[in-house]
Design a protein around this ligand. Sequence first.
Ligand code: GLU
Length: 400
Amino acid sequence: MTTATSGTLLANGSRIVIKIGSALLVDAATGKLRENWLATLAEDVARLRARGQQVIVVSSGAIAVGSKALGLGPRNTLALEESQAAAAFGQIGLARAYQQAMERHDIRIAQVLLTLGDTERRRAYLNARSTLTKLLDFGLVPVVNENDTVATTEIRYGDNDRLSARVASMVDADCLVLLSDVDGLYTDDPTRNPDAELIPQVDAITPEIEAMAGTAGTDMSTGGMVTKLEAARIATEAGVHMVIAKGAVDHPLSAIEAGGNATWFMAHDTPVVARKRWISGALQPAGTIVVDAGAARALSQGRSLLPAGVSAVRGRFDRGDAVIVKDQAGTELGRGLIAYASDDAARIAGHKSGEIEALLGYRGRDEMIHRDHLALNRAAKRTHNAEAGQSTAGAQTSET
Ligand code: GLU
């Protein structure tokens, strides 16, 4: 695949995370935000949203803006509490700049500050995920940064490359764009070796690829190529494509779509993702399961389909066959592998899982379709989430 065709990955994804580095957003000499550049980025974001894509921005810049304004030295010379104070001050200006740039396109933003713990502890992770999803449902653009003010040295990301990859995997994004001061991964350091070549596509992060990543970072940014490769590993293993491209051009997203210089890291399917892809794409469904509104909502929150939520069973199928799952209006919600043959499925439909043994004479699975065997249509997922006014508590119980 050439970079030109890879550009379609950005054009086609329905959920896109864009990471913007400090070096792009903040003028090194003055510490001022580059508002003209931000305006072109906002135009790009508006264009993506106009074609139905959801966008999350992960932006650095708080410390860079704050430290300059407070008369502090370069970032790598700051004591922890100085950079935390700078972040607290700079974050306000950062949020305001995004708000102003996006407002011109009638886009509302919301600020989300995360710590490492918020993405590592299961409960906090699920909370953060449902908040981000809710903001997207509301039609907002979440603007995420690390909560630098409270993060301590030992337990912080310190760079937004890896944070943005965790966010992308958390929200099940299709594509993560790292806008950077470099235009991709080179075979060697291009500032020192004129023969260094850009690698347009990486299918696997091999030791050879790792060896190509130097440790260089600019004065303002923390993430060199090493943290970008770590981000690529997190993203691609979660099924998210990632691209590194130069951000210091006007309309940087359009430039990627036009096939400009970039390195694409191709997503790997996780076993569950691979199975779901197979379920949704490659099978001839043998029947249809109609579910009630409560079950449709539960499915949209990532839960399994229980017999209690099934209102009709159509067709003849065996245990393990693929079936279509529809809501009562007849809209296809997704496809899944069913744990019961059609006769048994019809018998237990509408009943609690605890009644299965009494009804069938054997103790089958509690779930009619287990969530790992259910490939939900993304659109259905969103509609039901939006209608549900999904509570955080509900989402927390959806995965354990
Ligand atoms: N969170 C930091 C800030 O806003 C930036 C981290 C990074 O450079 O990636 O200044």
